[in-house]
Design a protein around this ligand. Structure first.
Ligand SMILES: [Zn+2]
Length: 324
C-alpha cells in the first residue's frame, strides 16, 4: 500500500464514521422522535405530537398535518369523499433534469411515498348535519407542498365543486411557493389561475376561507392564500412570508423582532382576520363562523338579540347597496 492509498483509505474511514454520527433522511423519517425541536421543552415523541393534532403543547408551534388526518378531523373519519382531481403530466416538463436528477424520477418517488398524485388533496363532505364544505389541504412531504400544474388543477377543481354544490370553500394553505423543479413559468402560471378560480366562487356569493397552516411562503402567499374572503392563522407561530426572514430583514435594513413574519406578528400589523391559537379549536371555530355568515343554526351559537342585530345590519347593508 503506497502513501496515496493509505490517505484515501483513512479518508474513507473518517467519512464512514462521520456518516454514522448523523442519521440518514430515512432514519429521521422512521424515528419515533420529531426531527425538529420547536422550543426548549426538549425532544417530542411523534406519537404525542399526533395526539395534539401536530401542535406542540408548550410553544404551540404547528407542524404540517397530513391531508388524511386533516380531513378526518374536519369531517369525521371516513365521512368524506376525496375528489378525483385531474392530473396533467405534460411529458415535456417531466423530462426536465437538474443536477440532482430527473424530475420525473423524483415525482414517481414522491407519488409512491405519499400515495398521492398532487401536493393538494381536495375533499367534500359534511362539517355538521346541515353544513357541507369543500376542503383543500396540502401535504408537505410532496415537494414541500409546492405548487405546479397538478396542484393548480386541484384548486380549480375544488372551486368548481364549491360552485356546483354551493358549499363554502376552505383552503388550508401551506407550502414553500411555486415548484421550481420544472420550468418555472408553468408553475408561476398557477398564481393567476388559482386567483381567478377563487374569484369565480366569490362571485357566486359563496364564502372562501383561507387558513394559513404552519408555513405559507413565496408564490402561495402572493396568490390564492391572499385572496380568500377571510384569512385565519392556525397557531401564532405559523409563518406568513414571501421571502424568508433574513432576506426580508436585509431588504428593510432593520433588526427584525423575534417573531418576525410569524402569524402573531402579521396579525399585529393588520394582516389576517383571526388567530386560532390551538389547532384543536379550528373545526369548532370554522363551523361557528360559517354558521354566522351563512346564518344557519344561529340560535345554538348566539342569543336572540344578536340574531336580530345581524338581520338588521344585513337589511341596512342591502338598502345602502340598492340606494347607491
Ligand atoms: Zn414547542
Amino acid at each position: 500500500m503506497n502513501w496515496l492509498t493509505s490517505i484515501k483509505t483513512l479518508g474513507d474511514k473518517i467519512k464512514r464514521n462521520f456518516r454514522k454520527k448523523f442519521p440518514s433522511k430515512e432514519e429521521i423519517e422512521n424515528s419515533k422522535w420529531q426531527a425538529k425541536n420547536c422550543c426548549n421543552s426538549g425532544p417530542i415523541l411523534k406519537e404525542d405530537l399526533q395526539k395534539n393534532y401536530y401542535q406542540c403543547t408548550n410553544c404551540f408551534t404547528t407542524f404540517p398535518l397530513p391531508p388524511s388526518e386533516r380531513f378526518s378531523y374536519m369531517f369525521g373519519k371516513n365521512n368524506y369523499e376525496i375528489l378525483d382531481t385531474p392530473i396533467v403530466g405534460d411529458p415535456r416538463l417531466l423530462s426536465w433534469e437538474d443536477a440532482s436528477g430527473k424530475y420525473k424520477d423524483k415525482l414517481a418517488k414522491t407519488r409512491k411515498k405519499t400515495g398521492l398524485n398532487s401536493a393538494i388533496s381536495v375533499a367534500y363532505g359534511k362539517l355538521t348535519e346541515n353544513l357541507n364544505a369543500v376542503i383543500c389541504c396540502s401535504d408537505f412531504r410532496y415537494f414541500g407542498a409546492s405548487i405546479s400544474q397538478d396542484e393548480g388543477e386541484s384548486i380549480l377543481y375544488a372551486c368548481d365543486k364549491s360552485i356546483k354544490t354551493g358549499s363554502p370553500l376552505i383552503l388550508f394553505a401551506m407550502g414553500g411557493g411555486m415548484r421550481m423543479q420544472i420550468p418555472s413559468a408553468v408553475s408561476l402560471m398557477q398564481m393567476p389561475r388559482t386567483v381567478l378560480g377563487l374569484s369565480e366562487v366569490k362571485k357566486k356569493g359563496i364564502p372562501v376561507i383561507v387558513v394559513a397552516d404552519s408555513v405559507v411562503a413565496g408564490g402561495i402567499s402572493a396568490s390564492y392564500a391572499a385572496t380568500g374572503d377571510f384569512l385565519f392563522f392556525e397557531g401564532k407561530k405559523t409563518k406568513w412570508m414571501f421571502a424568508g426572514p433574513r432576506v426580508a430583514a436585509n431588504a428593510s435594513n432593520t433588526e427584525p423582532p423575534e417573531d418576525f413574519l410569524e402569524g402573531g406578528w402579521a396579525m399585529s400589523h393588520g394582516h389576517g382576520d383571526y388567530m386560532i391559537e390551538q389547532r384543536k379549536d379550528t373545526k369548532d371555530f370554522l363551523v361557528k363562523f360559517l354558521n354566522i355568515i351563512l346564518k344557519k343554526n344561529l340560535s345554538s351559537i348566539i342569543d336572540e338579540e344578536s340574531i336580530d342585530n345581524i338581520n338588521e345590519t344585513t337589511k341596512l347593508n342591502k338598502e345602502t347597496r340598492e340606494a347607491s
